[in-house]
Ligand binder design. Structure first.
Ligand code: HEM
Ligand code: HEM
Length: 241
């Protein structure tokens, strides 16, 4: 812990001045900004992607007066670009940011303490152990799943731009950069299907992620959600009675 903040007027359960709150600056502004912009882009991408795959059966009125699928696809592509640029920015920040900015890009499988931590967290999430471990950055299980989530995001960008290149044409930069995807799946319906399956992988991650963030914020005696807003991790044990 690098820093202790004394909050005036805060008393513990015995009426004594509480011990200093322990806070550490963990998530730098670009990481936090990326997190929330990325979350928003994913909500738009998953919703519009779902409707691209399963369009509404009909829309009322003159066909020429309707552009619903056009707007849905536009929102998908626009947020796809936001996601892709954000991902590039996040990768750049892994190089220039602090140690926690690099965490989810590596998998320290050779570190037995870390592997032990993954298994401990798994048991903690399954209610099999009583005490939470405290971590300044991501806990090892979160770290483990976020590593694979970043791979999944990369997969969605690569397949997304490959699909986009079908509309943009063979001269487009999208085809030049991502056209090789059709060497793996020559039938573009397969690319659609994998891209679609990727969406469900992301939906499953988000459900577990939000559950874990809320649960840990309450149960692990360290701040989580506010840490992704302010950047500061707060350790709360000082107030246990
Ligand atoms: C589409 C929705 C979301 C996605 C894809 C997502 C993804 C991620 C990723 C990739 C990270 C790692 C950040 C990094 O180190 O760069 C992260 C961290 C985090 N996210 Fe989200 N997130 C989403 C929504 C949310 C929501 C709604 C909440 C709040 C309830 C939340 C709370 C957190 C927290 C607290 C962390 C830090 C966890 C820790 O310290 O170990 N996320 N999220
Ligand atoms: C979180 C990321 C993303 C999710 C969840 C997502 C989801 C989806 C889904 C479910 C579909 C329908 C697939 C089907 O035909 O069954 C789709 C189509 C498509 N997506 Fe994405 N997508 C994501 C990222 C991207 C990105 C980064 C791009 C790049 C611009 C992109 C471009 C496309 C294109 C071009 C189509 C085909 C549209 C059409 O056939 O009309 N997607 N997406």
């Amino acid at each position: 812990m690098t820093e202790a903040t004394q909050v005036p007027g805060v008393l513990d359960s015995h009426g004594e001045r509480a011990a200093p709150l322990q806070t550490v600056y963990v998530y730098e502004a670009p990481v936090r900004l990326w997190h929330w912009v990325n979350a928003l882009a994913i909500v738009v991408l998953a919703t519009t992607g779902y409707f691209i795959a399963s369009p509404l059966p009909s829309t009322p009125g003159e066909a020429s007066a309707n552009f619903l699928m056009g707007y849905i696809r536009f929102a998908h592509f626009a947020s796809g670009y936001v996601l892709a640029v954000g991902l590039l920015g996040r990768i750049y920040w892994a190089f220039v940011g602090n140690a926690y900015a690099r965490q989810i890009f590596t998998l320290p499988l050779w570190n037995p303490k870390w592997v032990w931590g993954v298994l401990y967290e798994l048991r903690w999430y399954l209610f099999l152990v009583k005490r939470p471990q405290k971590y300044v950055g991501h806990n090892p299980l979160a770290h483990f799943s976020m590593f694979f989530f970043m791979l999944l995001l990369t997969f969605m960008v690569v397949t997304g731009f490959a699909l986009y290149s079908e509309g943009a044409g063979r001269d487009s930069w999208q085809y030049k950069l991502f056209g090789w995807v059709f060497a793996i799946w020559p039938n573009s319906q397969d690319v659609h299907t994998w891209h679609h399956l990727g969406m469900w992988g992301i939906v499953v991650f988000v459900i577990i992620h939000v559950y874990a963030a809320v649960r840990e914020d309450i149960m692990s005696r360290q701040s989580l959600i506010s840490s992704m807003v302010s950047g500061e991790r707060l350790f709360r044990d000082e107030y246990e009675s």
